[in-house]
Design a binder for this molecule. Structure first.
Ligand SMILES: CC(C)(COP(=O)(O)OP(=O)(O)OC[C@H]1O[C@@H](n2cnc3c(N)ncnc32)[C@H](O)[C@@H]1OP(=O)(O)O)[C@@H](O)C(=O)NCCC(=O)NCCS
Length: 331
């Protein structure tokens, strides 16, 4: 059964911090090389936040750009949702910090944690408030400062991620436009393959947790790789089939950007050619919550989306979490 939501994206914006970390820079930090990183992941460079810059700062910049683009006054915003696994701090929520900096006086908000599927989940949740008629303007943001939880001695993880944020405005839709369907699921048995063990209630930060390197990303990359290819392809096929579409009907797939080889393997299973797949991992790496809205932003800026286009968003992340949406692009 498909799940239509009477809500549409009416604007998209993004922000990445100015500092660039290239593969050549990483060659000086760990035993790696540009060729390995490019051929195994598709990444050439990523943006990294300076010290003192948290996810709320990137999220606020993305939201400000969104409000300017859509000519929205902050007082019009009803709800702000921030998807992040690297909030500035446990509390207050990043959404509260963003609400204050924007001066969005009427808005309520909260954070949502679903790792790389976070933006897809947050978009679905935000759209429900619009579809139900409760709200008219919801800002959904994906923002992560992954550099804050990386071990820059571990070549298997530190080359993969970057920092960035993207934001969309969600407003009511008429019949036939906007979000046609979504599909999300969780497989908690995969939690052991990608996680950060320290700093939470189970292992609060102590000198010992720091000494044991528990405050950084731990990953079994090949496990995550296989799961991501399989589930993203299954999810996409399911969304298309139950809505009576084939991959030929798609104008654009905007996948989570974790590894170019994951994206290519997924699209091959789906039977979608390169020209219909948004790729910007070369510039930003994996920005976790930021990848899909940054992909949408770049697609709009490059003129690759027009009103009525059938668009598929798909992500897999730590958890495991899987999330996807099918929509008619609305502007
Ligand atoms: C991490 C990832 C790029 C590794 O690629 P891979 O092809 O699976 O490579 P492997 O892990 O099998 O490692 C192959 C070799 O490269 C080495 N290697 C790993 N990272 C390296 C690096 N940055 N530079 C050079 N060599 C590296 C490994 O040590 C290994 O060497 P060995 O054969 O001597 O043991 C890949 O598994 C991946 O992208 N996984 C998914 C990650 C992901 O998406 N995470 C976020 C989820 S949203």
């Amino acid at each position: 059964m498909s799940h239509r939501i009477a809500a549409k994206i009416t604007g998209v914006a993004g922000y990445v911090p100015p500092k660039v970390l290239t593969n050549a820079d990483l060659e000086k930090m760990v035993e790696t090389n540009d060729e390995w990183i490019r051929t195994r992941t598709g990444i050439r460079e990523r943006h990294i936040a300076e010290g003192g810059v948290g996810s709320s700062h990137l999220a606020t910049e993305a939201a400000k750009a969104l409000l300017a683009k859509t000519k929205t006054d902050p007082s019009e915003i009803d709800l702000i949702i921030v998807a992040s696994v690297t909030p500035d701090m446990f509390f207050p929520a990043t959404a509260c910090l963003v609400q204050d900096r924007l001066g969005a006086k009427r808005a309520w908000g909260f954070d949502l944690s679903a790792a790389c599927s976070g933006f897809a989940y947050a978009l679905t949740v935000g759209a429900q408030f619009v579809g139900s008629g409760a709200h008219r303007k919801v800002v959904v943001i994906g923002s992560d400062v992954m550099s804050s939880i990386l071990d820059y001695h571990d070549r298997a993880t530190c080359v993969l991620f970057g920092d960035g944020a993207g934001a969309v405005l969600v407003e009511p839709a008429k019949d036939g436009e906007g979000i046609l369907d979504f599909s999300h699921d969780v497989d908690g048995s995969g939690g052991q393959y990608l996680y950060m063990p320290g700093g939470g209630s189970l292992h609060p930060s102590t000198h010992e947790t720091i000494d044991k390197n528990m405050h950084v990303v731990h990953q079994e990359g090949s496990q995550v790789f296989k799961y991501a290819v399989r589930r993203m392809a299954e999810l996409a096929a399911c969304l298309l089939e139950r809505n009576g579409f084939t991959s030929d009907d798609l104008a654009l797939v905007v996948p989570h950007q974790a590894n170019l080889r994951i994206i290519r393997a997924m699209q091959q299973r789906l039977g979608v050619e390169d020209s219909k797949v948004m790729v910007n991992i070369d510039k930003y790496g994996n920005t976790t919550g930021g990848t899909i809205p940054l992909g949408l932003r770049d697609a709009v800026d490059e003129g690759r989306l027009k009103k009525g286009d059938l668009v598929l968003l798909a992500a897999v992340g730590a958890g495991y979490t899987t999330g996807g949406l099918l929509m008619r692009w609305a502007y």
